[in-house]
Every structure is written in C-alpha cells, then in structure tokens.
Design a protein around this ligand. Sequence first.
Ligand code: HEM
Ligand code: HEM
Length: 125
Amino acid sequence: MNVSRNFLLLGSAFLFVGILMGMYMGGSGNHSLALSHAHINLLGFVLSAVFALTYKAYPVMTEGRLASIYFWLHFVGAVMVNLLVFLLLAQIITEAAMVPIAPLSELLVLLGILAFGWNVIKNAH
Ligand code: HEM
Ligand code: HEM
C-alpha cells in the first residue's frame, strides 16, 4: 500500500467536504456546524497531510505493517468521529445516541496515534 498517497487522497476528500461546509456557513450565516467543519478540516485534512509528508520524509516508516495499520485506524476513526459530530450538530442524532459508537471511534483514532508514535520511536531517526 502507498500509505503516503492514501493519506493525501483521504485528506483531500476531507478538505473538499470541509470547505464546502465552510462555504455553506459563510453563505448562510448559520455557523452552527463550525465545530464539525473545524474537525473535518483539522482531524481529517491537516492530520492526514502531516502523516503523508512524514511518511515521505521517513520512507523507512512505511516498511512493515505499522503504517498501513495506522492508515486504516485513522481512516475509519476519523470518518466515524466526523460523521457523528456532524449528525449531532445538525440535530439528526442526540448526544445519548452517540454512545458507545463515538467513544469507540475516538478509540480507533487514539490507537492509530499510538501506532504512529510507536513507528516514529522505532524508525524516524
Ligand atoms: C473556503 C474555505 C473556508 C471557509 C469558507 C470557511 C468558513 C468558516 C466559517 C464561516 C467558520 C465559522 C466562524 C465562527 O462562527 O466563528 C469557520 C470556522 C473555522 N474554520 Fe473554516 N472555512 C474555510 C476553510 C477552513 C480550513 C481549510 C480550515 C483548517 C485547515 C478551517 C478551520 C476552521 C476552524 C478551526 C474554525 C473554528 C471552529 C470553531 O468555531 O471552533 N477552515 N470557517
Ligand atoms: C478524536 C479526536 C478529537 C476529538 C474527540 C475532539 C473533540 C473536541 C471537543 C469535544 C471540542 C470542544 C467542543 C466545544 O467547544 O463544544 C473540540 C474543540 C476543538 N478541537 Fe477537537 N477533537 C479531536 C481532534 C482534534 C484535532 C486533531 C484537532 C486539530 C488538529 C482539533 C482541534 C480542535 C479545535 C480547533 C477546537 C475548537 C476550539 C474552540 O474554538 O473552542 N481537535 N474538540
């Protein structure tokens, strides 16, 4: 798997959705989705872009399975977290309905960060 390219593709998809949402907020004057917009752009795009560039800077980090494990954890976790935050702010679901899927999605993001951190400690010299 080309992890760097996959992170760039994932990040670009998030950025597209995040900017569309920003344009909607700016145009409508309804800023109630601001936190969703922020996390789509930051957790979705900025983090993915940073990871893509890190893997380019340290190609040795892409050897072995940690990088692709991390990609899938971030992919599923970040998509789920962002979807749930959007549904909450758009008042489609309640906070109570987010349990236990929201903490589980956050856990995936967190486990991904641990895999990334471990990879950095082992390989990014
Ligand atoms: C054309 C592109 C964009 C438009 C039109 C746009 C528009 C907006 C609007 C209308 C708000 C709400 C402001 C408020 O109520 O305080 C906002 C908030 C925000 N935007 Fe954007 N945005 C854009 C791109 C981005 C990008 C690329 C990022 C990050 C990489 C970003 C990060 C944020 C953050 C962190 C907030 C604050 C959320 C909060 O209220 O806590 N935005 N944006
Ligand atoms: C699973 C990961 C994450 C979770 C569960 C999470 C959760 C939250 C929560 C609960 C808030 C406060 C919402 C409120 O004020 O009502 C928040 C705000 C915010 N988070 Fe995150 N966050 C995550 C990842 C990130 C990342 C990776 C970034 C940046 C790279 C980020 C940037 C921000 C910013 C800029 C704010 C808004 C601060 C403000 O305007 O008050 N978050 N986040």
